[in-house]
Ligand binder design. Structure first.
Ligand code: VGL
Ligand code: ZN
Length: 194
């Protein structure tokens, strides 16, 4: 399947932060391996003057998703820490890019880039109808961002060569992908885009 990028399209790169990298506190296996491919997508969208959105987990240090504060996760992506920064090799365009912080208040967690953010408003303002989503983790924030986009009426493409999952339970990422596809998302890879 070939997909032509038009001005209705936006790229969403989910949570490519140090804490989710293989040597981070909440490691996603091989998360760093998708960076070169994600950079190719980012440069392609930049060249075509399409917007690129970077979501990031941006938690206070006593966030409810953390063990000891009611959650299941080790403390991760605490605001203004090294672990919350994007991986140093991730290419961030200087123009037409947006950083979307989520999970930034203590009592509210957000796996979806749409939850509690202005992402949908920014997309609507720009007339965006189709989303291309990559990043981590397939079974948490990618999944929920994709489902959120579908629910809001966007056509959503999942970058199959640009996602990695945490798989707390074996098969979680595969299940998550199947759910996204069931709900109407389409899998694509870099070669499918022109
Ligand atoms: C995520 C677990 C906890 C993610 C965020 O970005 O997928 N996973 N917080
Ligand atoms: Zn989190």
């Amino acid at each position: 399947m070939k997909v032509k990028i038009t001005d209705l399209d936006a790229l969403i790169i989910v949570d490519m932060q140090n804490d989710f990298m293989p040597d981070g506190v909440l490691p996603v296996k091989d998360a760093d391996k998708i960076i070169p491919r994600l950079n190719e997508y980012i440069k392609m969208f930049e060249e075509k003057s399409n917007p690129v959105f970077f979501t990031r987990d941006w938690h206070p240090e006593n966030h409810i998703s953390f063990k000891g504060f009611g959650g299941i996760w080790p403390p991760h992506c605490v605001q203004d820490t090294e672990g919350a920064k994007f991986h140093k090799d991730l290419y961030i365009p200087s123009d037409n890019k947006f950083i979307i912080s989520k999970g930034d208040s203590r009592d509210f967690d957000a796996y979806s880039g749409f939850q509690g953010t202005i992402l949908n408003d920014l997309l609507k303002e720009r007339g965006i109808k189709r989303l291309f989503v990559g990043g981590v983790a397939t079974d948490y924030c990618v999944k929920n961002t994709v489902l959120g986009g579908l629910n809001l009426g966007y056509q959503v493409f999942v970058l199959e060569d640009g996602i990695k999952g945490v798989d707390v339970n074996e098969g979680d990422s595969e299940k998550a992908l199947n759910l996204m596809l069931d709900k109407g998302a389409t899998l694509i890879k870099f070669e499918d885009i022109k």
